[in-house]
Design a binder for this molecule. Sequence first.
Ligand code: CAA
Length: 381
Amino acid sequence: MNFDLSEDQQLVQKMARDFATAEVLPKAPAIDREHRHPAELVARMAELGLLGIAIPESHGGAGLDHVSYVLAMEEVSRACASTGVIMSVNNSLVCDPIYRFGTAAQHREFLAPLAAGQKLGCFGLSEPEAGSDAGAQRTTAERDGDAWVINGVKNWITNGPVADVCVLFAMTDRAAGTKGITAFILPMDAAGVRCGPPDDKLGIRGSKSCQIFLDDVRLPASAVLGEVGGGFKVALSTLDGGRVGIAAQALGIARATLEDSLAYAKDRKTFGKPIMQYQAIQWKLADMATELDAARLLTLRAAWLKDHKQPFTKEAAMAKLYASDVANRAAREGIQIFGGNGYVTEFPVERHFRDAKITEIYEGTSEIQRLVIAGHLAKGV
Ligand code: CAA
């Protein structure tokens, strides 16, 4: 077994760390405070190849692997979890399924500009009545000659207000259940597409999400992604990769908390000495560091399996379940280390605390991850 990173992986990690430290971190508090979509950072990520990391260069991407993606996601999310999820959605939930299921024409028209970051994508699966129960799609796509006519509402769509393209899911045959769901590539400027106001969120406030209303949206037959009726497999296999990305976002949040708490503990004095010298604080930091390492190993393993074309559904669920738990525990303990200073916005840990929560919810709640893991255990795989 070899834990060494390749030269390319080390280079991308350093490049992402340098970018995140110099350009993202200084802006993170204001992005959060102002609920601002960081368009200039998205443009920089496009220049640096961070928006289509594991897509081949021939298709507009950086031609790297999913381990590199995890390394870069951790660095960007360590600086700003909002910027991290913008990056994650474009990579995992948009470029990846279009690359895996798209036609050559879809690769040329949609994947190339998305992977190069000239366009930004979103993923339209969740609905008001279809969150964890993703198969309960109410959005419909009906045939009209060669075209499809789409009606429905999508909920909590990350990047929705700023996206150019949506990987959209709709029922094309209700009687067929999940086998009646089809994936489409929807240009967000199509007639009949309307975004609701941005969601007012607890955390990741620089990441814009919204409802998307679809009223008689007409798409050509060539907009179908994969096979008619094959959309649920597109969605769930895409979410496997997405969960690795969110696990990496959680690593970034946990690391931010650990690094900020460690620096604070060395500086802050009580009863005449730095609080780092008290075992009560040392134990919290030791637990944070140990759990962060364990979460990182789970996440890198899932990415490595994806890179090696091996099944990784269970491992992705384990990585997301554990890393999101670690991030939330770290953020809670981080606030405790900061004490009163942890509860005010002048210091960064309250932001990490608010940002961490969503990692236990989106791209499958922790409860759903446990169902996925248990399902594999029951089948003996
Ligand atoms: N890859 C490919 N196919 C898969 C799969 C996978 N990982 N998991 C299941 N399938 C297939 C099954 O094999 C089955 O097909 P067959 O009938 O041909 O065997 C089919 O999908 C249905 O499987 P299930 O019966 O297990 O499906 P289910 O309806 O019971 O749902 C679930 C399973 C795990 C609960 C699923 O609905 C789920 O993952 N829910 C959570 C949804 C989610 O993660 N939403 C996130 C929204 S996107 C988001 O959050 C983005 C953002 O904001 C950043």
